[in-house]
Design a protein around this ligand. Structure first.
Ligand code: GSH
Length: 419
């Protein structure tokens, strides 16, 4: 049985094993029908990696996950492989730089980059800590590379493969020239490595990020309406308040009931959102006849509204996993709307740039204000209310609920549901 590497094509973690394979004369078969978010959720895949993450290497003796372990396995297939150095101490230092690369470079790069790509919430103090830890690591790497061409010894080792793959994500997405110029030996090292034929064959041409991705836009918090003074209350002067009588003070300290969501105050609707969600989840066959038909029977245009959304910046969706994670992050942030919304998000296209299109059902006749205020992703989409008297629009709704493929003439990279 051949060695099968399961991953989406442009995964830097899969590149590690693929470059190691080039150096070691090992043949790896790549899965060509892998769909991130679908294939890695199947029971067969979860048997290989319970986390459902990629890459995974299928070998005749079973599966291996964790990209560094996979790269080691591939390199071990060649006897006395120089990728492991030529002595025990070289081997130990190769392991040392691989760990350094994972914990000091990759982890801090991720903490800086991923919130900016919208995968995690953005927190400025966390970003500052990540950048300063990354600079500290790059400084140490820079000093080492001032007098060493390679990380260990005098030729490429597994440490260089892992380090270069990890740095490649940084160079492509966030490490601009004005940042990397402070680490000139890392610069020289990185560009030398990516131009080695065995690296270039897998990594392709790398274009350094010209700008740092912008912080995901969040609407400035709406200034809270100043509490209107009760009519009979005399205007308070800016002076030290008199101590209040005990009972009055206690009354004020009593916990205030949580304000109701305005959507809970809407007139009752004949549509019960949970019933629709259950029907959607439980329909396994004959989807049109059962779920879609049921949806329109339940749909109450007085109590709910339907919206199409289109991502405004599709031209930026050049990397499949970045696009998928962006949509995943959006759905996580919608968690606060679970009682009031149902959504489908389609990632459309078989190659970049991928288009992100969605369909949302919201309680009420408008997009709820608290969602617009709290979920910054909402602004990244153009929103258009579905005209349910237009059969073409209704059919588009059906196709989106159903994950119909092809959708608008294109393959689906993924279809996510918010329920
Ligand atoms: N430490 C793992 C990281 C694997 C990982 O995070 N893979 C990402 C893609 S690069 C993934 O599969 N994410 C899907 C998920 O988090 O569910 C490795 O090096 O293999």
């Amino acid at each position: 049985m051949a060695l099968v590497l399961h991953s989406f094509p442009d995964n830097k973690n899969a590149f590690k094993a693929r470059i190691a394979a080039e150096y070691s004369g090992v043949k790896l078969e790549l899965t060509n029908d892998f769909v991130m978010g679908v294939t890695n959720k199947t029971p067969e895949f979860l048997k290989m990696n319970p986390l459902g993450k990629v890459p995974v290497l299928e070998t005749p003796d079973g599966a291996v996950f964790e990209s560094n372990a996979i790269a080691r396995y591939v390199a071990k297939l060649k006897n006395d492989n120089p990728l492991f150095g030529s002595s025990l101490i070289e081997y130990a230092r190769i392991e040392q730089w691989m760990d350094f690369s994972a914990t000091e470079i990759d982890a801090n790069l991720a903490r800086w980059l991923y919130p900016r790509l919208g995968f995690y919430p953005y927190l400025q103090p966390s970003e500052e800590i990540a950048i300063s830890a990354l600079k500290r690591a790059l400084d140490a790497l820079n000093t080492h590379l001032a007098s060493n061409t390679y990380l260990v010894g005098h030729s490429v080792t597994l440490a260089d493969i892992v380090m270069t793959c990890n740095l490649s994500v940084g160079y492509r997405f966030i490490l601009t020239k004005s940042f990397t110029k402070d680490f000139p030996h890392v610069e020289r090292y990185f560009w030398t490595m990516v131009n080695q034929p065995n690296f270039a064959k897998i990594l392709g041409e790398i274009e350094q990020a010209a700008t740092i991705p912008a912080v995901p836009s969040k609407k400035p918090a709406q200034p809270k309406e100043p509490a209107k003074p009760k009519k009979e209350e005399p205007k308070k002067e800016a002076k030290k308040e008199e101590p209040k009588p005990k009972e009055e003070a206690e009354e004020e300290e009593a916990p205030k009931p949580k304000p109701k969501n305005p959507l809970d105050l809407l007139p009752p609707s004949k549509m019960v959102l949970d019933e629709w969600k259950r029907l959607y989840s439980n329909t396994k066959t004959n989807f049109r006849e059962v779920a879609i038909k049921g949806f329109w029977e339940m749909y109450d245009p007085e109590g709910y509204s339907l919206w199409f959304c289109d991502y405004k910046y599709n031209e930026e969706n050049s990397v499949s996993f970045v696009t998928l994670n962006k949509v995943g992050g959006f759905l996580q942030r919608m968690d606060l709307a679970r009682k009031y919304a149902f959504g489908k998000m389609l990632v459309v296209g078989s190659e970049a740039p991928f288009k992100v299109k969605g369909l949302w059902l919201f309680r009420g006749k408008e997009i709820p204000k608290f969602i617009m205020d709290e979920v910054y992703d909402m602004e990244l989409y153009d929103w258009k209310e579905v005209d349910i008297n237009d059969e073409a629009q209704k059919e588009r709704v059906n196709q989106m609920i159903e994950d119909q493929e092809p959708f608008e003439g294109e393959a689906l990279l993924d279809a996510k549901c918010f329920k």
